[in-house]
Design a protein around this ligand. Sequence first.
Ligand code: UGA
Length: 437
Amino acid sequence: MWLNVTSMKMIILGAGNIGLVTALCFAEKGHEVYCVDNNQSKVNNLNLGVSSIYEPGLEPLLKKHLSEKRIHFTTELSEFIEQSDVVVVAVGTPNSPSGEIDLQHVNAAVSQIASLSTKPKTVILRSTVPPGTNQSLSLKFPKINFISSPEFLREGSAVHDGLHPERLIVGSNKTEHLKLFQEMYQNFEITPSQIIQMDPASAELSKYAANIFLATRISLINEFSRICEKTGANIQQIKKAIGMDSRIGSEFLNAGIGYGGSCFPKDIDALISFAASLSEKLNIVQATKETNKSQVCIFAEKIKVRFKDSASKNLALWGASFKPETDDLREAPSLKLISFLCSAGFNLNIYDPKATTALSELFKNNSQIKISTTAQLAVTKADALVIVTEWSEFGSFDMTQLKSSLKNSIVFDGRNQLDPQKMKQLGFEYYSVGRPS
Ligand code: UGA
């Protein structure tokens, strides 16, 4: 039964990273939300207040809105569809092995909505889909009003991003859909100019454009870091110099071992494949991908070269998730690095603040890998430390203690997290990315 409140009644289809955060943010802003997922055990756990993903601020919101009965998790769409004001589709859009986007979950979700609704429905497409998807679904399901509204939530700060959106895209040519968004977001601190209406295809393509621009910045700064390493220039200074140019800006200019995660690599492959279907070759996007692929290998090679004459090859690895504040290992550069180092004969002792369970499961049959439960345990008696993901606890770790824990005072910093000057003063042999050693 729906609560008798003046808020909107919303259904979110999909309780993954995006669906779950979206559902909780709408609940937090006063709507009554039913989040539907076909994974029964995930739904059972969520109804008990247990989330399958780590995301800062998520569990407190989950517990709060379960106890206030503002959010409900279910596998049954049929019970609630008729009374809902709006349905948000936030199911996964994985790529096929050839990189093509696979819309089977979106298609199944929309077919289900259509078959269960007796009245016209408004459906917001939040899943990342190629341009033209809205149009083809509209032709196939004429009783559904589709709005394309891609999300811009970053893992690790998704709850914050969901509660404080920088902009909202209303991909629809109907003015009543802009009004619907104004109503849906009336309790969010957002000004009318932050709600942008545009045609559905532009909305769909905007999502790819945002992610691929960001990924390209990362690959570009990583290419500059390679030149820095060969010329003695310092990538941090380059970042400062260009970041102060308001046309460029300072965000997403951190050199490192490359980007990962469930979004950038997938969206790049999907766009390359989509463009190929239009007989377009995306040279810059392809180059972004290639540079990212080789970035982690260049870093791994430095470690291999440094240890080529060593009999003892025991490394501590700090961080494995694709970025800090998440337990997500999807497309994490750590996985490529680990595989490279294992093939080169290293033994690894890995610590990640949130990914311990996933790492233990992943590497349970690998005798070269040990998973530690603290940063200290991982470095004790290791020959060197490798920083893979810049969790804040690594930046505040006592470096004198680190020095006495390691067998050799060698640190490879893949995220430029530590200060090279301080490391030098403390007597470390310190390698980072694009900064003089
Ligand atoms: C990305 C976008 O930033 C979100 O706006 C978007 O909504 C999301 O994808 C999505 O499509 O759902 P996310 O993948 O969670 O978010 O994480 P980012 O913060 O974008 O980081 C991606 C990768 O780039 C990470 O591996 C990170 O370490 C790396 N990165 C980021 C760098 O190597 N250098 C930087 O300067 C910034």
